[in-house]
Design a binder for this molecule. Sequence first.
Ligand SMILES: Nc1nc2c(ncn2[C@@H]2O[C@H](COP(=O)(O)OP(=O)(O)OP(=O)(O)O)[C@@H](O)[C@H]2O)c(=O)[nH]1
Ligand SMILES: [Mg+2]
Length: 639
Amino acid sequence: MFAQFAPRIRQIKLTREQLKHLVNNLTETRDDIRRLFDDECATSNEWQDFETVSNGIDQLNASAIQLSERAENKMQIAFVGSVGAGKSTLINALLGENIMPVTRAETTFCNVAVTGSSSDGWTAVVRGSGKALEIPEFRQLLHVLKAKEQREILGITPASVIDVKWPTARCKALVENVVLYDTPGIGERKPTDDAVIELCKFVDVIVAVMDVHSPSLRTVVDFVTAVNCRYTFGVFTKWDLFQENHSSDDGAEITIDDIKDRCVAEFMTAVSDRGQVFFIDSQTQREAARYLLQQNEASTSDERETEGSRGFKEFERNLVEAAEGALKFDTLKYDMQAFIAKAKGLSGNLGRIMDSRKQKRIQRLSNRMNKLTDADNSIKSHLSQVSSVLVGVMRRLQRDQQLAQFKMQIEHDMKNGYSPENALDRCRDGLNRKLQVLVENDRDLKEQLDCIWNCLSKVADGPGRLSFQVKEPTWKSEDFRLDESFEYQGNDIHGCLTNPSLPSKMVCCGLLGAFIFGQSGGLISALGVPMINSIVPWTDLSGWLRYFWPTSQAEVTAVQNFFETKVRALHEEKCEEVAISGISDLKETAEIRVRSVKRSLEDDIRFIQDGDNFLNKRRRTTDRLQSSFEAYEDKVHDI
Ligand SMILES: Nc1nc2c(ncn2[C@@H]2O[C@H](COP(=O)(O)OP(=O)(O)OP(=O)(O)O)[C@@H](O)[C@H]2O)c(=O)[nH]1
Ligand SMILES: [Mg+2]
């Protein structure tokens, strides 16, 4: 019978091998995505999502190993349950002899693995150390209350396994390729529970043994859930005693059958219908077996058969069937299907994560581009506002009689012996100071600057706040050299003022004094200048002019007017110049910032394109994986 399952189990094993590279691909893709997430500083939500899938992939890898081992290994059946539930008694009944120690109190200390052997005798060996045990020694070591020191010497812990080889001829359930595990009672001590849980993670079938008087279903359910077992026999023991105790309850509200039904329902729900339930009497059965052995084996004694012993036989039959491979194949196939479905789901989820990352990157880029365009536009509009505010500041300066003050200052300075050039210098300094104060105190201007700063900081983490630098206008003496036709090759002339409306040319020569050309007059010798300079006191301009050029008041006024007009024009020019230079500074700073953000955006676009290629490639992999998993789903279904 087992033979018919062997090739199908082999097919499952083969499929599992074939799936290996797909699962490896999935794991590699997962690792690639993790690197991408690291590089791109993914959000915590994205990480959370990713880690869930990633953990799933780790579990998938672990169950891949388990599946391979299970397909490779013998059929493993573990008997688990609370202390005194009757596990050892049940195994003894199956083996047909009292091998395992049995008491009313806690008994079994560690796991015992029973496999079949073709010889007549039986052996017991401590796994790992290889120490062979005699029957009495075996019983002592296995008994929780005995041989404590010897166990310590041999290093036997609750997680240890003692291998027993039992003659196949004496036990129906011990068909080829089967291991039956007796285990210590659970729910009492953590090390013991851990050892049993660890063992049961790799077994094919669990036989949950429960004393029908106190089935401790909760413990069993928790246990089965913890080990995620694929198939569980629920065996309620001591049915003989239970029936005896309830035989006098005739007419009771809850009948034995009700109790039975309830036990079955609860158990089947707990194992999600992947199991079967039996009500057995191992004690009587074992005794009956011994009785039969002592009497004549051929004579069946039907009169000794009870409901409990029938339950036992039914359980034994099912166990044999399971042992013969049907259940192993069934559970392997079931697990393989679950494995593939999980792999398919995980590759789908990984693909989804990639899609959402892609969406996010596109979204982020377009957000940044929009922000930059907005900022660029508003910077431009703010700059033009700043420009007009600044020009306004200059106009105000003019309006505030600065020019009049300027003129007065010059006249005053010249009266006090300053050359026109120095007088202009002094005035210029005063003017600039005033200008700066005005700019600094201008709230409109400040607000506009703040707006520009805000626009910039929205698109780039730039260095500190923008500051508006007022460049001082430089007033050069050349500004006054208006007559290009004037030709004088002296060394000391620094500047001149000429007025084409005057009948002659007037030259201001700094500290050296002035030379005046008459309409037809010759050049006063430069040699005379120091002398003249020492003679003529620097009084007022008109006096000074009159001294050298005794001419009409109208002419003097004309010179003054010319001077005034020129200064005004220059002043206005300088105002504009200051405004323009301030603005261009600001413009340049803003443009540099915007340019650098644009550059980084271009880098981003390139980066995103690269990433897109990366994501597209990985996305194609997960798509391919998914359809491959689907194909395998069908394949396993047909095995
Ligand atoms: N009448 C009756 N007694 C049973 C049955 N099964 C077990 N017992 C008794 O229940 C007690 C405990 O049985 P064990 O087989 O030692 O229980 P266990 O589950 O192996 O207990 P631990 O090894 O301590 O975990 C013993 O006294 C058995 O004789 C049964 O089906 N009918
Ligand atoms: Mg026991």
